[in-house]
Each structure stands twice: as C-alpha cells, then as structure tokens.
Design a binder for this molecule. Structure first.
Ligand code: ADP
Ligand code: MG
Length: 877
C-alpha cells in the first residue's frame, strides 16, 4: 500500500551530533518555592514581593553588613511559588511542559536544589494526599498514552541505552514467563493494595493529559531509580536475593556514553511499567531500599542525590494500524530525569565526623562541580569562549552532561525555608540560582513525523467494529475473533429435525428433513449473497479508501518535498541568524566596554575642563589684580617723583642762594682786600662794577649750556684784562692739561685747541707761555656713562712773578645710551639728597687737581679758595 519511496529514513532516537545544529536556545528555567515555616513564631527572613521576586532580610541577630552584604536583597526567578502554592499548581507550571515534551519525544531534566529541610523531597515526591512532581508526571504520562501502550516486552531495552522491538511471539513468550515466575497481576488492580504512605497522592479531578498525542504510535514507559552517594552510583531497582545470607553490599555502577552521546548508567535496571500505580510502586520499592541501605550503612540521606528516570519509548504502528512497526530505527526514546539533589549546606546538619565528614566533602564537591559547570557554561555562552566544562569531575554533572551539551529542557526548583537559621545558606543558594538562570540550553527540536498515513489506529479499530457489528446483525453472540464468531454462527442455524426413520410408512421425517435442509440451504445461500455483497461493498470501500489514501500520500509526499526545501532554507537562515546573533552579542559586549571607557574619559575630561576653567579664572583675577597694583604703583612713583623733584629744586635753590650769599660775603672781603692792595699801587684800576662780571662770550654761552651741564657758579674772581696775554681769538695759547689716566672718547664734539701746549701735569713753565688753561677731567656720571669735563680758566701772572689760573667755564662732553638713560636716571632718582656736610665732601677730583695747579704759585700767600672756585657738583634729586 505504501510506496517504498515514502518510507522514512533513520530517525535518531535522541539528538545525535550529526544532526543539523539546533540554533534556538532557552535559559535554564529557575523557579523558587518557599515552604511554610514549621511553627508560626519562628523568625522569617524571606518575603515574596512579586510573583517573580523574593526579598531576603538579614535576621535580627546577624550583622548583615559583615561581608558587605546588604541588609535586604532581592532575587528574581522565572516564577516564585509562595507558601500557599499547591503541588498541583507547581506541577502545572513547572513539570507539565516537561512531560508534554517527553510525550513528544523530547528530553527534560528537572532538579530540586536547596538546603536540607527546604522542601526538595516534598516538592519532588510529596506526601499522602499531596503527591509531588514525580507521581504527577507519571500520572500525566499514563493518562496521555494509556490507550496507546504497547503490550509488555514489545519494546525491549538493550544494554547500550538503546531500544529494540521484539516480535509478537517473543513478547508473548516473555510475558508468559514473567507471569509464571512472579505470579503478579499485570497491573495493580486497585489503589488499595498500595502503600498507605503514598495512597491518594493525586485526586482524580487533578488528572491531566497531554494534547496532540500521536495515536498512530505505540508507547512503553520504563523507569529507573538511582542514588548517587559519595560520588558512587547505586541502582535502587536492582533485584537482590531474598535470602539475606546471600545479600551482598550494593555494587556501584558506572556511567557510559551511548552512540548518540547520551549518558547512561551501565547495567541499570529499567522496569517497564504500565500504569501510574505500578510505576509508583516501583519507585516506592526503590525508596524503601534506599532507606534501608542508609540505615544499615549509617549514611545520611540528605547527603545523597536521587535520580528517577522516566523513559518513554514510542514507535509508529504498521500500515494496518495493528502492530508496532518492526523497525528499530523508527523507535523514539525520550526521557525525563527527576533529580532530588543533596542538601546544599556547606557542613553536615548532624555532627559530621570521620568518614561522614569526608562524605560531606564529596557531596559538597559534586554540588561545587555543578556550580563550576554552570559558571563555565555561562562564560562560554556569554563571551563566546570555549572553555572545557568540568562535567566529569562529579557523577551528577557527568550524568547531566548531555542536557547541557546536547538539547532538552532544563528546569530547577530552588527550595527555600524562610527560617532565620538558614539565612546564610539561603544566600548562597540564591547566588547559585541567579547564575544558573543565565545558562542556556539548546531547545529540543520536534520529532519528525513518521511516513505512514495518520489515523491508522482509528481505521483499524473502525474496521474491527464494523466487522463485529455486521456479524452481530447476523444474530448470535459476537466476538471480534472471526473463527469463534463463525462457530457461533453455525450453531445459530435452526436445528435439524430428528432424522431417524423407524417406520417404513413414515413419510413425515424425510420431508421435514428435506424442508429443514432446504431452509438451511436457502439461509446459506442468502448468507453467501449477503457475504458477497458485504465483501464487494468492503472491497469497493477499501478501494475507494486506498485511492484516497494514495492521493493523500502523494499529496503528503509533495508537501514533504516542499517542507524539506523550506526546512533547509530555514536551517540556513537559522544558522545565519545564529551567527549574526553571536556577532551582535559580541558587538554589544564591545560597545558596552567602549561605552564604559568613554564614560570614564568623559568624566576625566569634565574634571580637567573644570580645573582649567577655575585656573583660568584665577589667572584672570590675578592679572587684573596685578594691573591694578601696577597702576597704583605707577601713580605712586609718579607722585613721589614729582614730590622729590620739587623738593630737590627747592633745596638746590636754597643752596644756591646760600652759596651766592657766601660768595657775596667773600667778594666783599676780597673787595676790601683789593682796596688795601690797590691803595699801595701807584695807578688806580678803573672802577669795577659792584658785581663781578663774566666775559660776554661766556655770558652768551652759559644759558645754552645750562640744561646740559650744571650751571657754574659765577666766578667771583677779579678780572684783570690788562694782564691777559692776548684776547683775540685764534691767538690764544692754551695749556691743554690731560691727565694720563684719561680715556679717549669718540664723542663728536671734541675740543679743538690749535697751538696748545699739551701737558699731563701742568708746570709753571708751560703756564707762563700760555694765557688759557683747560683741564680735561673724566668721571663716571650718575647714569654710569663716562663724562668728560673741560674746565677752562685764564692764566694770570701774579705779582710775585708766579702764574695763577682763574677758572671761568666748564664744558661737559657726554655720551648717553638713549634706551638705558631713562632707566639709569630713574635708578638714581630715589637716592636721597645729601646733606650739607656731604655736599662739602662732594668736592671732587676736579677741585683737587685744580688745586695742584694753583699751588704752583710759589710763595703765594693766597689760599686756594681765592682763585679756585670750585662749585658744588650738581646732583639731580
Ligand atoms: P528536603 O528534602 O529539602 O531536606 P523535605 O522535603 O524533607 O526537605 O521537607 C522537610 C519537611 O518540611 C517535611 O516534613 C515536609 O513535609 C515539610 N515541607 C517541606 N515543604 C513543604 C511545603 N511546601 N508545604 C508543607 N510542608 C512542607
Ligand atoms: Mg530530601
């Protein structure tokens, strides 16, 4: 009926590495369940503030800030379940989607995490009347696949985590063998026979069912139950000899990886179960065994991890919809792992000593490894790194490996007890939960649909129904088993009349028999007709159905081709999206870093600008201050200068006046002396003016020089023209007295004295030959320049026959640096004017030199003051 081209290829049972990579990822779903306090007056340190957030308060006694912890911290989850949450509500949100996935061929992992006493076992297993996630998951599975379950032993696990399909006969034989050995009913008939400890775990009204269950498949459920203690794996469902003498201590199992890279416990018992009760019965046996072992070996159950594995095998029905298709490659196996982890507390709650302490270390170690694995996974996913995840460091993580590396839904329920004693441990639990939420797991892909036309089971059932209905119409009891029905049908014919003929005259028996046989014949004929009609009808019906089936199959084939193309396209696009998403993530990360760097730089820039501005402000302020000060200083200098100039002028004038007065006095004395002298002379000199007079030439010249050189004091010496040797210009004879120490200056104005007698020390001889005398005197002026003075005088013959010089004039030659002069002058401006005594001492070298010349008058009785009129050297104020 089915074209061979439609037969689907191999269907991977579980995600195999060769499969196209699944791009879609989901974060690990982390939920939080807060259990009620044991007694109401206990201190509570957790508050549910939102349906996704809880808040932790540090208990009163604890110094919350000791480790830099805040007094109140908030943690968010996919969902938070408060103390009033029922097991059913929790199941609806957390487990149901996982069970749904399992039924649709996808794997799931669910584990509870928390400190001892936080409600992990309560959540997973529950108690009487309040079944946990485990019984509810089992119940949902059986509610969903119940009618479609395969007969026992049709599916048969191999020892490599694979699943085989046995033929009907082998399965039947195995069933018979089991029944005879165990003498147990196929399924527990009622809940009454169950342990009261877990009776009524699920109320009938709470039963739920998955949607979209593939009716054209056959299903079988297998359960395993293991315990991981001290990093050893124990099979809790292993059959142990009933005889306690033969009992051996439980042997630990090892983990293996199957051909699809899934982890499994080698040699672990997998029990095929057909109902929730049976499955839970198995679980409970394992649980009891665990309890006994823990008691016998003095182990602490809170330190062990328990793993309950629900494995669902499914395979399509054959084309008739009657039996499971005998093709191992068409089997899909999915599993749901329910893990009740050991208490996460750092130390044993009971006093741990010796080997127990070591065990505690190992338990801790496995949870620590779980934490490390999550951290590395998160880092790899967030930063695109490829660090090795240390799954193999503990059995628990090694067992979980394919969930994180392969695909499947992973969910964790963090259980917390709000009591204050647990606060510090709870903080650690919260941190682990926060981190785990950031780990992503590949989303499981949908199981490919089997190539057969859907509705096979229904058609098969309909066919059987129809057949039995028709047979029923014939009358007689009906059985779906055809040979038995026929048998009954035959019996339903009218009985033959007695056909024994004892009397030769009996003419009734034979006709009666004939009649009966004829009736039977007619009936048979009509039945044959009916049968043929029905057969024809069925045949045409079947042909019709076959035709439509063919059409549908062709259509499906077409659609599948298209689907394949689209799938390929989608895959391509998905991988492109994935690549881009990774790139985007990376870029976002980079942007983030750059943003942070920019912020830092901007902050720096702002502070530097701020500083610059404030400095500029300060500078401007200081500059304006300086300007103000300068202006003030200039004002002050100018004022002071003016004041001093005035003062000096005043003093000079006063001094001049005083000197003039003195001169007048001396002149007066001289006049009297002269009078005495002239009285003793024969001829009278012409009357002289009252005041001594300068030669007119000098008079004309002096005012012009006044500004350049200090004005000489009018000579008070008597002028005696008749003693002059010559007065006509050009005929004058000069004694040019230049001391050897003089420096040649390159002033433009140089004295031009033709016909002069040049001497470095004047002698009487030289003077006697000349009528004019000039002394070239150099000194350093107040501004630092060399200043040359030409001190001129007239030579007289004295009565005693000597020579005398009367100074008449001073010329000053001076070179000045135009730029430096003002400054230099200013530097001397502030010198205080010298007092009178100092002025007397101001008689300088000029006067001394001149006095030498004057003293040459041998035997003269006149003091040097007579002809040698020094003048006070004028200083500028
Ligand atoms: P764990 O497995 O984490 O050590 P249990 O599940 O054994 O903790 O819980 C300890 C005790 O608290 C048990 O008696 C259990 O019945 C009770 N308990 C835990 N969670 C709840 C809850 N949500 N509602 C009522 N009782 C709870
Ligand atoms: Mg527990």
């Amino acid at each position: 009926m089915k074209p061979p081209s439609l037969r689907k290829g191999k269907t991977p049972r579980r995600p195999a590495p060769k499969k196209p990579y699944n791009n879609q990822k989901d974060p690990v779903g982390v939920y939080c369940r807060v259990r009620p306090l044991s007694c109401d007056d206990e201190e509570c340190c957790i508050e549910v503030i939102h349906n996704t957030t809880i808040q932790l308060h540090a208990p009163d006694g604890l110094k919350a800030n000791r480790n830099g912890e805040y007094k109140e911290t908030q943690y968010s989850f996919k969902k938070v379940f408060g103390i009033k949450t029922t097991q059913m509500e929790l199941f609806e949100d957390v487990s149901k989607p996982l069970v749904d996935d399992v039924i649709h061929g996808k794997n799931g992992l669910l584990f509870t995490y928390g400190v001892t006493g936080s409600g992990k076992t309560y959540t997973m297993t529950g108690s009487a009347g309040q079944g946990g996630l485990l019984p509810r998951s089992l119940d949902m599975i059986f509610n969903s696949i119940g009618p479609y379950q395969a007969k026992r032993f049709v599916f048969k696990p191999d020892d490599k985590n694979g699943m085989e399909i046995q033929n009907q006969v082998d399965a039947l034989l195995e069933r018979q063998k089991r029944d005879s050995q165990q003498n147990v009913p196929k399924t527990p008939s009622s809940r009454q026979r169950l342990d009261p400890e877990f009776a009524d775990m699920i109320r009938p009204e709470e039963a739920c069912k998955a949607d979209g269950v593939d009716e054209d498949s056959s299903y079988s459920v297998f359960v395993s139950y293991i315990e991981i203690y001290n990093n050893y794996i124990y099979d809790l469902l292993e059959e142990t000899p009933v005889d306690p003498l033969k009992a051996k201590p439980p042997q630990s199992k090892i983990l293996r990886e199957d051909q699809n890279h899934n982890m499994y416990v080698a040699g672990c018992t997998e029990v095929e179960v057909k109902s929730t009760d049976e499955a839970f019965d198995v679980f409970w046996k394992g649980q009891k065994k665990r309890r006994i072992a823990n008691t016998q070996l003095n182990r602490e159950s809170s330190r062990s991890h328990s793993v309950f594995i629900i494995k669902l095998a499914q395979a399509p029905l054959d084309a008739d919809g009657d039996n499971v298709l005998q093709d191992k490659n068409q089997v899909t196996v999915s599993q749901l792992c329910l893990v009740d982890l050991a208490g996460s507390e750092r130390t044993s709650r009971t006093r741990a000593e010796g080997s127990r302490l070591r065990e505690a270390g190992n338990i801790n170690q496995s949870l620590m490894t779980l934490r490390t694995c999550m951290e590395v996974l998160r880092e790899n996913q967030m930063c695109g790194t490829n660090k090795m995840v240390p799954y193999r460091d503990s059995k628990v993580t090694h067992f979980f490996k394919n969930y994180f590396d392969g695909e499947g839904k992973v969910r964790m329920i963090v259980c917390v007890n709000p009591k204050a004693d647990d606060y510090e441990e709870t903080l650690l639990v919260m941190r682990f939960a926060e981190m785990t939420q950031e780990v992503e797991v590949a989303r499981p892909v949908d199981r490919p649909i089997c190539g057969f036309a859907p509705g096979r089971r229904q058609r098969n059932l309909a066919f059987k129904d129809e057949l039995s209905r028709r047979l029923e119409e014939r009358g007689g009891p009906v059985d779906t088993e055809i040979p038995a029905a026929l048998n009954q049908l035959l019996q339903s014919f009218p009985p033959l009349p007695p056909c024994e003929i004892s009397d030769p005259s009996d003419d009734q028996t034979l006709p009666r028999l004939i009649e009966a046989l004829e009736r039977r014949h007619r009936m048979r004929q009509s039945m044959i007709d009916e049968y043929n009609r029905t057969a024809n009808m069925l045949k045409s019906m079947l042909q019709e159905m076959d035709g439509s089936l063919m059409n549908k199959e062709n259509y499906i084939h077409q659609q599948q081709g298209q689907l394949g193309e689209k799938d390929k396209c989608i895959q391509d696009q998905k991988s492109e999206i994935d690549r881009l998403e990774k790139k985007a993530k990376m870029l976002e990360y980079k942007i983030d870093i750059l943003q942070k760097t920019t912020n830092i730089y901007e902050e720096d820039k702002r502070t530097l600008q701020h500083e610059l501005e404030s400095r500029e402000h300060r500078l401007a302020r200081e500059q304006s201050e300086k300007k103000r000060m300068e202006a003030r200083m200039q004002g002050m200098v100018y004022d002071t200068k003016l004041q001093w100039e005035k003062e000096c002028e005043r003093r000079v004038n006063a001094k001049q006046l005083e000197m003039q007065n003195k001169l007048w006095v001396k002149d007066e004395k001289l006049k009297q002396l002269k009078a005495i002298v002239t009285e003793s002379r024969p001829e009278n000199p012409p009357a002289r003016p009252e005041k001594p007079q300068r030669p007119s030439r000098e008079k004309d010249r002096l005012p012009a020089k006044r500004s350049a050189s200090p004005s000489p004091v009018p000579t008070g010496a008597p002028v005696r023209p008749h003693h002059r040797r010559s007065h006509s210009a050009g005929n004058e004879r000069w004694v040019d007295h230049k001391p050897v120490t003089n420096v040649e200056l390159d002033t433009v104005m140089q004295p031009n004295l033709p016909n002069s007698i040049k001497v470095s020390t004047p002698s009487e001889k030289a003077l006697s030959k000349a009528d004019k005398y000039v002394l070239t005197h150099q000194e350093v002026a107040s501004d630092g320049e060399i200043q040359t003075k030409l001190i001129k005088g007239e030579v007289f013959k004295t009565r005693s026959g000597g020579q005398a010089v009367q100074f008449t004039d001073i010329e000053t030659l001076k070179q000045e640096n135009p730029t430096a002069s003002s400054r230099k002058r200013r530097s001397s401006e502030n010198q205080p004017p010298q007092g009178d005594g100092n002025m007397q001492g101001g008689w300088t070298d000029v006067e001394n030199r001149c006095s030498v010349a004057v003293e040459m008058r041998a035997g003269s009785n006149l003091g040097p003051g007579y002809q040698h009129h020094g003048y006070q050297k004028r200083r500028k104020p």
